[in-house]
Design a protein around this ligand. Sequence first.
Ligand code: ADP
Ligand code: ADP
Length: 225
Amino acid sequence: MEAFSIRGVSKVYGGSTPTETLSDIHLTIQDGEFLSILGPSGCGKSTLLEILAGLQLPTSGEVWFGGEKLKGTGIERGVVFQDPSLYPWRTIYKNVELGLEFRGIPKKERREAAQRYLDLVGLRGFEHKYPHHLSGGMKQRAGIARALANSPEVLLMDEPFGAVDHLTRLQLQDDLLKIWEAEKKTVVFVTHDVSEAVFLGDRVVLLSPRPGRINQIFQVSKPRP
Ligand code: ADP
Ligand code: ADP
């Protein structure tokens, strides 16, 4: 089964000198795969991810998800950015359950989901803390729990570990793989870090700079438990 089908997607940002950021991208993302999108800063990785998230529309081309054409809204996507932007006045628990609250999910279910994902990301015991009590890596874990609590069909991650120290980053990478194996979700992971892309991805897509187009796709062969 395929999750995303990206068909001839281009993106031109307007302004006084319109620039083409993505140029004729064709890519199929399989259901359940871990795909890394690798490329230098400015090559359009975030733009591509935002298009997949429905936060932006392509200038031309189409994106299909599970047999339906994306029109800017629709599927439930969990998005994790470099800055987890947790609400500072809400506890970690309250941050994680917020999306469920918006959707009118009953309290008991919200509680179960929030607790389950806080456990999964290793934040048991931190439910009552506020974001400023947590380290960068822990905030990022909370952001991942929040994304997962909404039961998204895919997890879209944009340099989620870009702002944490190196050792924490390695730990988070390990843990993300465990989460991915437990949840069996499609993950699209954007990074400019070669080793991160290769360590995490089943497949790595290489975007070339200016204008971003797919230069190469390679399969990573690695043992999986
Ligand atoms: P990456 O994630 O690979 O660093 P981005 O998708 O963030 O790349 O940006 C690619 C290019 O598109 C950059 O040159 C950036 O300046 C431009 N760009 C990104 N977002 C916008 C926007 N909202 N308006 C105009 N230009 C943008
Ligand atoms: P409200 O009545 O405002 O909806 P809740 O009973 O949902 O409040 O939560 C109040 C506080 O209790 C929250 O800030 C949260 O930190 C904590 N809390 C609620 N449920 C749990 C839980 N299952 N695990 C940990 N903390 C919880």
